[in-house]
Unconditional design. Structure first.
Length: 108
């Protein structure tokens, strides 16, 4: 018999400052080299959704998927004229990817 305990933690969303948009991105994968999905939602300081995406990306390594979801958010951010002069925050639980984006000295 297997006893599994799950706990849920309430995580509050902190809005960005006015005139800044915030991406929250994530990926879904089970183990390595399995079919995966990526998604993200872009909100303003009033929590209004201005853009979102969700898409399968095929069979990928988990690290590649974590990078793909951030790249997709960047692509969408640069593809719309109304986003041209905006600043963005990227939020993810992929700590090492966020650190790579912020600190060039630790990139592989």
């Amino acid at each position: 018999m297997v006893n599994i305990k799950c706990s849920r933690h309430l995580i509050l969303w902190n809005p960005p400052k006015p005139y800044i948009l915030k991406w929250n991105v994530d990926a879904f994968f089970i183990g390595k080299l399995r079919p995966t999905n990526i998604g993200g939602v872009l909100r303003d300081h009033k929590s209004l959704v201005t853009c979102y995406f969700s898409t399968p990306v095929g069979i990928k390594d988990s690290n590649e998927v974590k990078l793909l979801v951030i790249i997709k958010a960047f692509e969408l951010s640069s593809s719309r004229d109304d986003f041209f002069v905006r600043k963005f925050i990227f939020e993810s639980d992929f700590v090492f990817m966020v650190n790579w984006m912020n600190k060039q000295s630790i990139r592989p």
